[in-house]
Unconditional design. Sequence first.
Length: 286
Amino acid sequence: MTKAEVLQLKMTATRVRMGIIEATHGAKCGHPGGSLSAADVLTYLYFKVMNVDTENPKDPLRDRFVLSKGHCAPALYATLAERGFFPVRDLPTLRHDGSYLEGHPNMNTVPGVDMSTGSLGQGVSTACGMALAAKMQNSGVNVFTLLGDGEIEEGQCWEAFMFASHYKLDNLCIMVDVNGLQIDGPTSKIMSSEPLDQKMDAFGFNTIVCNGNSMAELEQAFVLFDRAHGSGKPTCFLLHTTKGLGVSYMENVVDWHGKAPNDDEYTQAMAELHEAYDLLEKEAQR
């Protein structure tokens, strides 16, 4: 990527973060912390990698994305809105009566959502099924799924990992948002999954460890996923991220796993994000 392309992606990710704050503040509930940590990878995925069409969101030959950590729907909604699947102005209706933007992704109501998720561990299993179907049809479709590092405490995840390796799903990219925090506290204290890279290697994955908040490192990770096609090995990104990134008082604070900003906190968050956006815009103009 050129420097200009990186800056544009960073600006888009900042708008996604604004959308996350708009949505959770509007709902007066939700999960901003893990949504903010995932904003960069979702931006890169939807604006650089995935074959999707906002005019034909059900195209059978589209790539698929499954948000296995479905509680981070604000991040997916904000990304889809920025990509053009539905209006950005609808984000503050999150979780409102009558809104199509439910608390967890609903494939029946939200354009661009490929799978309804929320029960932890089940999304990755669905993604494996999608990837197997795509391989059987020789369709060229890639399947991506994002899990939380707390989510992988669910045994079903490891069954899915075995399935992916056994069926040689080299069109599947499993991404784990390793932000180190879950609802109860640090993952290292609740149920450590380390050494996660060695475990994924042992499960037969093409394992890539990178900074999930760096566009440059994400670019290299997706290049390595492309190169894995034909290898018979599924790919796993271990994305080291900062929970709550972009909003100073949310960063690495476990309390922001599952609560919304109040009016004062909303004002501060949006001010910080707008300041960050303005700086990126000025740099892009130079």
